[in-house]
Design a protein around this ligand. Structure first.
Ligand SMILES: Nc1ncnc2c1ncn2[C@@H]1O[C@H](COP(=O)(O)OP(=O)(O)OP(=O)(O)O)[C@@H](O)[C@H]1O
Length: 285
């Protein structure tokens, strides 16, 4: 049986410096197919720099980065990768609509000058529906809440149905419940699809709960938590279809819990009535 554990990201003796100021030194890391890797580190340790090296926005001063086994300098399959940048990378005044932001996920380096194809719009609709943001399609992204923006950038990152998803601090500035539901989507994609994740987060508790508490120490300031997925089916699956069914399940669950809540409230008010009646009864005695 085929085992899906080919290397997806390899850092081979990677060193990087900004203007002679060293940030990362001699990093050796391998992330394999279906891994969920969480990168934790102190402020300024070089987490964003590492992600930018991996997606080719920066070049190492020494060493080599490989994606899907290919050296980055010859790698051109960018639609296999989705990238969710740090939230404050967004200028709130940027006049793009949600739909435009999601569509821009299709402009990979290979085809950013090409015209949109007719089915590109339906891909964007599908990605928005999968993440429950289709009602926001015409809103300006700067007008949205932090949690809604997070979904917009996730929809943008998954529009090409990528095999590797890279996320830079997706939980910054969003409330606990929104974080949990966003993480549920990520876990679902990890458990049900042949996808690999690399995520930077400061949420140590969430990392430990899902990724275990024995991180790999990359250097004194950076640690990598990794959870392997044991599925052996290497075929890609239809993420959109599956996320839509996740959404439907969640909506059904919410309706059910709402109904349970209503019944409970009804029940409570019944109890209160009974106490009042009992009191009245006592009073009459
Ligand atoms: N464009 C740049 N030019 C010069 N130095 C930079 C640049 N970007 C980052 N640095 C420096 O490189 C170091 C690593 O920055 P980086 O943003 O990768 O850290 P980080 O671990 O992601 O931090 P944080 O947790 O605060 O987001 C810091 O000392 C930072 O000041």
């Amino acid at each position: 049986m085929q085992v899906c554990h080919e290397p997806v990201i390899e850092l081979d003796h990677v060193t990087f410096a900004y203007d002679g100021e060293p940030v990362l030194q001699d990093l050796n890391i391998t992330i394999q197919q279906r891994d969920f890797a969480g990168l934790i580190g102190t402020n300024g340790a070089g987490k964003t720099t590492m992600l930018r090296l991996i997606v080719g926005l920066l070049k190492p001063s020494a060493g080599e980065v490989r994606l899907f086994g290919q050296p980055l300098r010859s790698f051109d399959q960018w639609d296999r990768i989705g990238y969710v940048p740090q939230k404050h990378a967004l200028n709130p005044q940027f006049p793009a609509s949600v739909r435009e932001i999601v569509l821009s996920g299709l402009y990979t380096r290979k085809r950013w000058l090409k015209r949109l194809k007719p089915d590109d719009h339906s891909k964007a609709e599908e990605a928005m529906q999968a993440l429950g943001i289709e009602q926001l399609a015409d809103k300006r992204v700067g007008e949205l809440s932090g949690g809604q923006q997070q979904r917009v950038f996730l929809a943008r990152a998954i529009i090409n149905q990528p095999e590797l998803l890279i996320l830079d601090e997706p939980f910054t500035g969003v409330d606990e419940a929104t974080q949990q539901s966003f993480f549920q989507i990520l876990r679902h994609m990890h458990q049900h699809h042949n996808m690999t994740f690399l995520m930077v987060s400061h949420d140590l508790q969430m990392m430990r709960e899902y990724l275990g508490d024995e991180p790999l120490r990359i250097n004194p300031r950076l640690s990598l938590y990794v959870r392997h997925s044991h599925g052996q089916d290497c075929r890609g699956t239809d993420i959109m279809h599956s996320l839509k069914s996740l959404r439907a399940d969640r909506e059904e669950e919410q309706t059910a819990s709402h109904e349970r809540g209503d019944q409970r409230r009804f029940h409570d008010s019944g109890e209160v009535q009974a106490v009042i009646h009992a009191g009245e009864g006592e009073g009459e005695m």
